[in-house]
Write a protein that binds this ligand. Structure first.
Ligand SMILES: Cc1ncc(COP(=O)(O)O)c(C=O)c1O
Length: 368
């Protein structure tokens, strides 16, 4: 089938670009002397996770337990759940993963004594030992225990609790991923974790409490962590490279990030042509998320996308030749890949003009 024969709106991935992105990031992380544990919240597909592992990734990250369940079901055997969980139902589901896949590795991120006590209680009853990774505050002021005495106490709590073990530390500075300018971004990313690495060498190492694993970093900040003792990088968006990430700059350009190629697209149809300078397409906010700005039209200068609500997108002719005709198809590059992908059940895999495969997005909607 040709791309132009797809019914719309539909989500596309350019297979060659995605494969190239996978290879490039793996190579870059290898060159930094680090390991890659890609964050699969960007794609939610065990098929793609397996490709990342085949390329050299040591395991994967998921944001939610629901995603972990989907990935384990799909055969992915080393999974870090990067968001803390609370409540008996969630803890029981975590324990169930341990029971159902005894040969797999699951690591759960936590940041509070109550997590340790409750997970330990459930694990002990089930006869399993749950690996816990402590999230520390590294500037984002989201989850994370403060570096210093609170971190030390939490490590001790894990060590003193049956049913759990101390896997390591997570430090993810999400607020810095989109800082413009390569040097400035790397500088801020290193500063955000300086106190952690000082604390590890000055306090944790002498007490033999240094973490075996330190996990963090994203598509914007991974390069900052050479020579720091990070053991693995959690980048995710590099796979698809959305418009927001393209605008952060790289080592060669302040304006563009060309380290990775845009591989995720949405195809949409012009459903209305009310005026000379306005078209309406069938992709609104239920297809294309706009939390990080508006999507861009591929290969089209002078046309601006504006949201027309849930189901409509509006194309405005700012300058240039003309707008697509009624019934014509257009391709858009999303501004934010994670939240755009989560609107679709299927991703059509394309090479050139051809649709060569379709993959179900099994983790879609699994924010539970
Ligand atoms: C904890 C954590 N790690 C890693 C990532 C991946 O970062 P990016 O998609 O910016 O590469 C995210 C993204 O939100 C995250 O929340």
């Amino acid at each position: 089938m040709k791309i132009s024969q797809l019914d719309t709106p539909a989500l596309l991935v350019d297979l060659d670009k995605m494969n190239q992105n996978i290879e490039t990031m793996q190579q870059r992380i290898n060159d930094l002397g680090l390991m890659l544990r890609p964050h699969t919240k960007a794609h939610k597909s065990p098929i793609i996770a397996q490709r990342q592992i085949d390329a050299g990734a040591k395991g994967i990250c998921v944001a939610k337990l629901g995603e972990a369940e989907v990935m384990a079901e799909g055969g992915i055997s080393d999974i870090l759940i990067t968001t803390p969980i609370a409540g008996e139902k969630k803890i029981q589901r975590l324990i169930n993963l341990y029971l159902k896949y005894p040969d797999f590795r699951f690591i759960q991120v936590i940041d509070h004594h109550d997590h340790v006590a409750k997970i330990g209680q459930f694990a002990l009853k089930a006869g399993v030992c749950v690996e816990l990774m402590i999230e520390v505050e590294s500037g984002q002021q989201r989850c994370g225990v403060d570096v210093g005495e609170p971190l030390l106490e939490l490590i001790r709590a894990i060590k003193n609790t049956q049913g759990v073990s101390y896997a390591g530390i997570q430090a993810y500075s999400g607020h810095l991923q989109h800082v413009k300018g390569y040097a400035e971004r790397n500088h801020q990313a290193r500063n955000a974790v300086t106190s952690l690495f000082n604390f590890i060498s000055e306090v944790l190492e002498p007490k033999e409490l240094a973490p075996e694993m330190i996990s963090g970093g994203g598509t914007g900040t991974y390069a900052a962590y050479q020579d720091l003792s990070f053991s693995e990088i959690q980048a995710g968006s590099y796979l698809f490279m959305d418009a927001a990430y393209q605008a952060i700059g790289d080592e060669h350009s302040h304006l563009e990030n060309n380290q990775f190629s845009p591989a995720l697209k949405v195809i949409s149809t012009v459903i209305s042509a009310p005026t000379e300078k306005r078209r309406v397409i069938d992709a609104g906010m239920k297809c294309l998320s706009i939390d990080l700005g508006m999507p861009k039209l591929e290969h089209t200068e002078g046309v601006r996308y504006q949201t027309g609500g849930d189901e409509h997108g509006i194309l405005h002719l700012e300058d240039g030749e003309g707008l697509p005709k009624l019934g014509q198809k257009v391709i858009l590059l999303p501004s934010h890949c994670d939240t755009t992908l989560n609107n679709f059940d299927t991703i059509y895999v394309v090479q050139g003009e051809n649709v060569v495969d379709e993959w179900p997005i099994l983790g879609r909607g699994r924010s539970d």
